[in-house]
Ligand binder design. Sequence first.
Ligand code: ACO
Length: 325
Amino acid sequence: MKNVAIKSVGYFVPSKILKNSDLEKLVETTDDWIMTRTGIKERRIAGKGEKNSHLATKAALHALERAKISPHNVELIIVATISPDSNFPSVACLVQKAIGAKKAAAFDISAACSGFLFAMTTAKQFLQTGLYKNALVIASEKITSLIDWNDRSTCVLFGDGAGACVLTPVSGSRGIVSEYLHAQGEFGELMSVKTDDRDPCDQRSNQMRVPYVVMHGQELFKIAVNSMAEAVHVAVKKAKMNLSDIDCVVPHQANDRIISAVAKKLKIPKEKFFINIDRYGNMSAASIAVALCEALEQKRIKKGDNVALVTFGAGLVSAANIVKW
Ligand code: ACO
């Protein structure tokens, strides 16, 4: 069976920046608390009218341009998101329309912050079986639309953005060498979107709040560290490699302290981890996609490198891929 490789990557983040100092005016918090507890300095916020599908489209066009593939020739579009424009149509169909990829099959998947790796692994199967010759995988979030801006324990953590990649089959040993997808539904309550049962006959329905994120940070922290370390171990073993063979780790950017703890647990020097949480916060599925783009742009990943992509998210779900560049 042929290998599948990442042919190109692209990303887009909204221009509006929300700094910690801005949040100090919204809730009882400080720049110092946010920086020391999370490593976040600022995050991007989608502007009024700037929808998830707009971010996704821009990231997609960036990746397609770099792959030199016309939208007309795209065969499959998968968007990983938990913050779509609406329940339907899917963001993937909205992107398909926006870029004019008339021949493509298109659908969304929901795996929270692990969505990009779940989507990449899903696309890989279609390419390996030969059903499609290319796939556009996008991770896009307007997660700030789900945030309760009165809750200081969550509102300081998140930001909006989108990343994308084009996958194609390749000959030779490079490409996505191994994958590990895992779910622990029993921990779902640790991070969820609160919704209310709506009764059309109950007038109070009109006054209910929009859905918003609730989170048990401390419990999540511990599980995140163990799950991410375990995911890398399994994926490295499946790739028939050792941890010392990994040249660069691109982790989900939820908390700089989580990344430090994962590095320590794996005994991989933290210098090998690519980190951009200071500028973007946690962009859910898009975090790892944008980080991968920036790691490549900053030449932190070179031809022949073994790269570990690792993530965890609400569900709970965790995932890792080993990619030979
Ligand atoms: N500013 C100031 N103080 C705050 C803030 C804030 N923004 N938020 C909480 N505090 C206070 C708390 O009220 C608490 O005060 P108390 O001691 O008087 O009760 C104190 O700070 C400590 O709070 P903790 O929750 O214990 O702080 P912790 O060190 O655990 O950091 C954090 C909280 C940053 C949320 C951390 O637990 C974490 O990152 N957890 C993982 C979260 C995560 O990864 N979420 C996403 C997973 S899924 C996905 O990515 C979609």
